[in-house]
Design a protein around this ligand. Sequence first.
Ligand code: ADP
Ligand code: ZN
Length: 614
Amino acid sequence: MTGPDPREQFLEVLQRVWGYPAFRGEQAEIISTVAGGGDALVLMPTGGGKSLCYQVPALVREGTGVVVSPLIALMQDQVDALAALGVRAAFLNSTQDAEERRAVERAVRAGELDLLYLAPERLAVPGTAELLDSAPIALFAIDEAHCVAQWGHDFRPDYLGLSMLHERWPEVPRIALTATATAATRAEIVERLGLQDARQFVASFDRPNIAYRIEPKDQPLHQLLRLIREEHPGDAGIVYCLSRSSVERTAEALAAAGVDALPYHAGLDQATRRRNQARFLREDGVVIVATIAFGMGIDKPDVRFVAHLDLPKSVEGYYQETGRAGRDGLPATAWMAYGLADVVQQRRLIEQSEGTAAHRRNLTAHLDAMLALCETVECRRSRLLRYFGQSSVGEQGCGNCDTCLSPPEAWDGTVAAQKLLSTIVRLDRERDQRYGAGQHIDVLLGRETERVQRLGHDALATFGIGAELSELEWRGVVRQLLAQGVLAVRDEHGTLRLGDEAPAVLRGERPVMLRKDVARSARSRSAGRARPPADLAPQDAGLFEALRAWRAGVAREQNVPAYVVFADATLRGIAATRPATPDELAQISGIGAKKLETYGDAVLELVAASVTHS
Ligand code: ADP
Ligand code: ZN
């Protein structure tokens, strides 16, 4: 072989353009494959670094790299981010007027673009294929490739047409990328895009920088505020709620408490939605409170926490939503508050849902997996990875989830379960009377409430036999028995009935192990703050804040998101090492040639000023 090792060329591009010292994971291997003309299918979690896998080959191969993406709203930011690196990029989508489109088309024909972003529907527009014929194409990147999966929730009919790429341009390498991990989706992508010969790269879906925590819901708003104030003051975050009304309520309450919080849901008019999303993406430290309508394409790297105030319907959904935290690799928190009412509500929604029994069974299976994750006494990360068919993190656990940091105790809840079930059996004998958890717990605790007396429930054999547990503990028992299928929800009022597993428990054939709910305060304190292992020293933190303020000004001036100027990680690197010369500055990860040229002087001045002041 002659000539330089191509891998050295890729590394040189990475260092010069992006200013990153090394490739991550399988990036180098993937880039090698595509740059060499081969097809690739890349499954990598959010934040794993998928973009570089097509951007680097597009720069080293002759011609324009064509990126198909459904995320039209993001294209401007993506192109701005590349421009800030000195990469020539543009997009074609429906948001442009004819004039703007023509300018881009001219640039394509003149071979002036390294990267061209296209909405999938543009490929079907007459003239687009001819336009692509007019200049050499370096590669096709199919981003969010799971959109081709017909049963998935992100399905885009236009993606089915992408099989034409290979037919029309058989010589051009294709790289399909997704963060959706399941094997079924992968098979569907291969099938529909004709990627049978593509090399497959399946990265670990572990997100070690995300701390997973799930705590019992007590006073959710209070708990959320505590999380924000104690662990994430001034940080950007996403709070997910199930309904529009709870989004509104939560956003208002946070704003009243001094948090820079904005609502986002499908019921808001489009202008408000767009404005709130833009503020979240562009400004530092905005908290967005949203339904799951807010999601795909939220490409903000510095989301420091994702909070769930309601139970997600599946582990897939939970992992996708929490995955929006910490894309930049810095510590982030995935926090959820979950309680009895959540289980009752979700079970009820399934009971009432339309569709076949098989469909309901499918929903139930997904919810059960989610509940099992909530109630586990094991490492949360191990469970998540196993769910996605990947090896777990080992016996000792991950050390960065709540169950690892303060292991919950398991306790034998068999007798408690039997007491509760007997109460339900007895109350069930009353015709036309059904009760929710509250009444059953009152009976178990022997409370002489007005209702108990009126109904004569103080005469039941189980009245007062549960005084060894508190009301909160009983609610925990009910919640976990619902999760385990020992209890079930009867109707739309959320009343309880025996579940399939109940007879075995009553007969003493099935022991019931439960998780002891840990008091909220103790848990959150011992789980620690979501900060990097080598935190900034106080004097460096001052410089970091000064750099952040400077970055906010630059971003506003140029009308780009803050991270397009510099990532948080880069600002941290500057604050911690205090470079004094352009050469020293260039050593920091995230400072490539173009950024050094554009911002080097300003940054060095800030560092010098802060040194003299400290
Ligand atoms: P994905 O598309 O897989 O969610 P991105 O491509 O947006 O992830 O990358 C996530 C973040 O990691 C970005 O800020 C990106 O610049 C950064 N990144 C990617 N690869 C590297 C690398 N080799 N070294 C340092 N940072 C990287
Ligand atoms: Zn763990």
